[in-house]
Write a protein that binds this ligand. Structure first.
Ligand SMILES: Nc1ncnc2c1ncn2[C@@H]1O[C@H](COP(=O)(O)OP(=O)(O)OP(=O)(O)O)[C@@H](O)[C@H]1O
Ligand SMILES: [Mg+2]
Length: 324
């Protein structure tokens, strides 16, 4: 009999990530689109059927339909789109059952943890069988990624420290402190705008130049560093630098609010996709602090959830932040 995989699930407002103990690491944009037009060209795309409705997910949704990204909302997990994204990841991993650790934005964690757990478990009635091992505040996933080894055992060096974590997501910036490997519930912050603020800035700059563009194309435009205007190419070096500055400034403001000075922390972990996007700028901004940016920061929460899942499934000796 096939064993039930352990999966770290991070269903984000920008990207959905799943990391399994069978070696899968998946990351797709959280785009979804209902298929209501049977005449649509649907070759070479993966259709997800959820409660008899057909959906396109990720890049397929973005390319072929009027796709939408989720709006930042405390109970997004109750929307069918959240289940469709989860179903897609499970499908790609070739399973309909899993033992999972997942997370919630810091500000929604206490209030919504139980309801999220109930929601995930209720999906057994539509063919998704999840055993929820833990639901933790999202940035704590990145802490686990750095503070645990691959098997879910505590690494030396983090036990007696005061660590700040800032998770720069697509739709939120989320921050929390861990003190002696325990969540400090009095020291946290959440903002309902993440990297989106950089994309909005760049989008409005481009539109201001009279060039038609979709906000959804901004990640690609930012990566290219330029945009085509008819036969001409417009360099975006300056507005891109300014848009990243908005993100770094938001992080700097949170750090000042929570810790006054990042040098007072034993480590400042900056994680989430925004930490990849603004890596150089963040290193410069926090040059005097002990800043840590995990490798592939957009995957760090999900990788940490998997490490935590290995721990909770095996009940090994662990850091105490499991109180989360
Ligand atoms: N490697 C990368 N390089 C550049 N930009 C990236 C990278 N990875 C992600 N991003 C950008 O950072 C944004 C945030 O990514 P992330 O996966 O952390 O968001 P999220 O978890 O979906 O958002 P939230 O935490 O708000 O729900 C993405 O929307 C993407 O545009
Ligand atoms: Mg996130």
């Amino acid at each position: 009999m096939k064993s039930v995989p352990l999966i770290g699930f991070d269903v984000g407002f920008g990207q959905t990530k799943g990391v399994s103990d069978a070696g899968h690491e998946l990351c797709i944009p959280s785009w979804t689109a209902r298929v209501n037009d049977n005449a649509m060209a649907l070759d070479r795309v993966k259709l997800i059927v959820d409660e008899k409705v057909q959906w396109l997910v990720g890049d397929d949704a973005h390319r072929l339909a009027r796709a939408r990204l989720p709006e930042v909302d405390s109970s997004w997990y109750r929307q069918p789109e959240f289940r469709v994204l989860t179903r897609y990841i499970l499908d790609q991993m070739g399973t309909r059952a899993a033992r999972i650790v997942t997370g919630l934005p810091v500000r929604y964690h206490a209030e919504h943890k139980e309801q999220l757990q109930k929601t995930l478990q209720s999906w057994s009635s539509c063919g998704i069988n999840l055993e929820v091992l833990r639901i933790i505040p999202q940035p704590v996933g990145s802490y686990f990624y750095l503070a645990m080894d691959d098997a879910g055992n505590a690494q030396e060096g983090f036990e007696n420290t005061r660590v700040g974590i800032v998770d720069i997501g697509g739709g939120t910036v989320d921050a929390i402190e861990l003190n002696h490997a325990k969540v400090s519930w009095t020291v946290h912050a959440s903002e309902p705008r993440g990297v989106s603020r950089a994309y909005e800035y760049l989008h409005s700059y481009i539109r201001g130049k009279g060039i038609a563009a979709r906000i959804a194309d901004m990640p690609a435009v930012m990566a290219a560093g330029q945009v085509r205007d008819g036969k001409q190419v417009l360099s975006l070096e300056r507005p891109i630098a300014e848009s990243k500055r908005l993100v770094v400034q938001a992080v700097a403001d949170i750090v000042i609010d929570l810790w006054t000075n990042a040098t007072s922390l034993d480590a400042l972990i900056v994680t989430g996709g925004g930490a990849a996007l603004c890596r150089d700028e963040l290193m410069k901004e926090f040059a005097k602090a002990r800043i840590m940016i995990p490798d592939a920061p957009h995957l760090a929460n999900a990788r940490g959830y998997l490490r935590a899942a290995r721990h909770y499934a095996g009940q090994r000796s662990v850091p105490r932040s499991g109180s989360a």
